[in-house]
Design a protein around this ligand. Sequence first.
Ligand SMILES: [Zn+2]
Length: 147
Amino acid sequence: MLKPSKYPAFEIGHMIIEKNGKMCGCGQKGCFEAYSSMKALKDNIRKKIGITKNISGKEALQIIKDNTEEVKDIISEFIFNLSIGIRNLSEIFAPEVVSIGGSLAYYEEVFLTDLQKKVEKSNLYYTPKIVVAEFKNDAGLIGSTIK
Ligand SMILES: [Zn+2]
């Protein structure tokens, strides 16, 4: 039954990837979003570097570039968790391409190559090509990620 205040369309962010995992904003534990969203990435970077205030995506990217070794494990874990979600979806929908939109699209140099490798390694039958949405952060707004 749908909760009256929440009528989600296709909320893949709330598929569970970790039993009894991190608390998600939806009230469940272990959601894909709790591990693989930009908020999760930024929060983990902030905590690692010791920053108490929220940071923008642009600031997080600069921190990654300036502190590559220090945040290496966070990036690696983020990519691994993202690969789990993509793998799960790939086994269900068998897409030819998975397009990453939103603010993560600006992090292509940080994640894309490793993400493609991890998805290739974990998928059972085939691997979708992973690309960055052409319209980047506006992809969801426009409703299209590839021309
Ligand atoms: Zn959730």
